[in-house]
Write a protein that binds this ligand. Structure first.
Ligand SMILES: Cc1ncc(COP(=O)(O)O)c(C=O)c1O
Length: 484
């Protein structure tokens, strides 16, 4: 048996006694080949996803990691991989502040493969070899002069897909949403109506207020991601033509709705919303970061959904699996204005064709990828439901796309604790299940946690995640019984 250092989120305090570092054959640091190749490219097992640093003379790899730690460019994900012994090397201590997780050491049979299933978000994907090849070969030009042929192709493909006259490529969906608000809301202090849980309202740092000078009026979101049309109309009527209320100019919707757990807005609702907005001369912007998921779930063309909106943003670094980028689509004159606002926000990316090329590859496989993600999410949700655990529950009927929200019950098992247990690998797990599986989840609310499927999660990963949850919940239930 060989001691291996494995990262997990046990917390530094939870590290058991370390093996004596420096003894031959001990202290293998496993590093994921793709993810952490920046550390070392020297030794890799041809068939494994992992590469080992143990075969390298310790001083050389230690100093390599040390120098990484002291460089500004080291990312927190790299730091989290540093094993326990960095604690004993004071110059490496700053890494602790950067990395969120600690390490623990398990004595695992050397042949046990450590499997990581990352379900925190659909943004964690890595570009496929096909994407990387397309990126390397992309024809590029200066997109700020409209001269990048690959960006131009992407913009035209997306405009067609979303049934809009034109589209503009921007770095993020956050920027696409902000540009849309700035273009639709003509006056400072204009009123924007949106759901209280909308991504634009909660997670975009109030850009609509900070940058656009727009006033948000929020509505109570329903569990399916909609809000009540009569409540909306009442708010519009209150302000409409009034000298005392801000002027309503824009409604923002989100489809699929992230906080609601990837729920798809019904087409009938969108149609009624469209009529209402038209009646009062308001515009509709759709935060369609995951609108392609909505289209696949409904079995319609994306343009069938977006016909009810004046503009739509689409994120490429989620379901499409591209490394970065988003698009904003709408009428020609709207996109002309959007181009100016993108300039104002510093969102022109010059030779952005390298990013557009990756997105074009992702879009080619989009439908089958998203359908597979949705199926995997549903099968996981059904598995959790069938466990019937008193500690963690789920309503499979609410799982419409690639997001699964789970609810923890009582104060015994907080979402953050469950996430921690799902990521940690214990000797008991290996002994009981014969597997070492880390499942990364996102603690969402006071009693909820989130799992998101994406192109880097297979059906087998999904099964492993389900078995890991069963193992963790069984263990917690046994411990709970003992405590009681
Ligand atoms: C619904 C929704 N809109 C917008 C965004 C922002 O995307 P980006 O990270 O590209 O700015 C996200 C990101 O998670 C999202 O979920």
């Amino acid at each position: 048996m060989q001691h291996e250092l494995r990262y997990s989120c046990q917390g530094v305090g939870a590290c058991p006694a370390p093996p004596a570092y420096g003894q031959p054959g001990m202290g293998t640091l496993l590093i994921h080949k793709n993810q952490y190749q920046t550390f070392n490219k020297a030794v890799a097992h041809p068939k494994s996803k992992w590469q080992s640093l143990s075969a390298i003379p310790k001083h050389s790899w230690l100093s390599r990691i040390k120098s990484r730690c002291h460089s500004q460019s080291v990312a927190s994900q790299h730091c989290t991989l540093l094993p326990w012994w960095h604690l004993r090397h004071t110059p490496l201590a700053p890494a602790l502040r950067i990395g969120a997780h600690g390490y623990h050491i398990t004595s695992l049979p050397a042949e046990t493969e450590h499997h990581v299933v990352d379900l925190r978000s659909d943004t964690v994907t890595r570009p496929s070899p096909e994407m990387r090849q397309a990126m390397a070969q992309a024809e590029v030009g200066d997109d700020d002069y409209g001269e990048d042929p690959t960006v131009n192709e992407l913009q035209s493909v997306i405009a067609d897909l979303l049934g809009k006259e034109e589209a503009i490529f921007v770095p993020t969906a956050t920027m696409a949403n902000l540009i849309a608000v700035m273009c639709h809301c003509c006056r400072r202090g204009a009123q924007l109506l949106l759901g209280r849980e909308a991504h634009i309202h909660v997670f975009e740092h109030g850009g609509v207020a900070q940058v656009a000078g727009v006033h948000s009026e929020t509505l109570q979101d329903l569990p399916d991601g909609t809000f009540r049309l009569d409540e909306l109309e009442h708010k519009i009527q209150q302000s409409y033509g009034s000298q005392y209320y801000p002027r309503p100019e824009l409604i923002c919707l989100e489809n699929t709705h992230c906080s609601a757990g990837g729920r798809v807005l019904p087409l009938q609702y969108l149609q009624e919303m469209h009529q209402l907005a038209h009646q009062y001369g308001l515009k509709i912007h759709l935060d369609g970061a995951r609108v392609l998921n909505a289209a696949v779930a409904l079995g319609v063309l994306p343009s069938h959904i977006t016909q009810h909106c004046d503009s739509v943003s689409l994120c490429l670094s989620k379901g499409v699996g591209a490394p970065a980028g988003a698009l904003l689509a709408g009428r020609r004159e709207f996109i002309v204005e959007a181009w100016r606002v993108r300039k104002l926000l510093g969102g022109g990316m010059r030779q952005a064709g390298v990013l557009a090329a990756a997105a074009l590859v992702g879009l080619r496989h989009m439908e089958e990828t998203l359908r597979r993600d949705h199926n995997n999410a549903r099968s996981f949700a059904e598995g959790v439901y069938n466990l019937g655990s008193p500690l963690c529950s789920i309503n499979p009927a609410t799982v419409e796309t690639n997001i699964v929200m789970m609810t923890t019950s009582g104060s015994w098992l907080a979402p953050a604790k469950l996430c921690e247990l799902m990521e940690a690998v214990s000797e008991e797990e290996v002994a009981t299940t014969g597997q070492a599986v880390s499942v990364r989840l996102f603690p969402w609310g006071e009693h909820s946690l989130r799992a998101v499927w994406h192109c880097d999660v297979s059906a087998q990963d999904t099964q492993l995640a389900g078995s890991k949850l069963r193992f963790v919940l069984d263990k917690c239930e046994r411990e709970q019984v003992q405590v009681c």
